[in-house]
Design a protein around this ligand. Structure first.
Ligand code: ZN
Length: 88
């Protein structure tokens, strides 16, 4: 059976979006226009997570922490128990 993989680049992109969101959100308290890129970054993160960061077999969502762990250690899906593999 062909093994399916989670795109590793998308995992990195999700982390970047999250960092941009946190930084822009904090700046937003001083200069309100920064709330706009914060909202865009959060939207981008949620889209990437929804679109790509799920089990390729059963579609169970994993949180970023678990995915990051799975990228470096053999890890199995909570839903179907298959090995989560990353395409890098
Ligand atoms: Zn699964």
């Amino acid at each position: 059976m062909k093994s399916k993989k989670i795109p590793y680049g998308k995992l990195c992109l999700a982390f970047v979006c999250l960092c941009v969101f946190v930084a822009a959100f904090m700046l937003g308290f001083f200069l309100w226009p920064f709330f706009l890129p914060a909202a865009a970054a959060l939207g981008g993160y949620l889209y990437i997570h929804w679109r790509y960061l799920r089990c390729p077999y059963c579609g169970t969502w994993e949180n970023l922490e678990r995915l990051h762990y799975a990228a470096n250690h053999p890890s199995h899906c909570r839903g179907c128990g298959r090995l989560l593999e990353f395409d890098r």
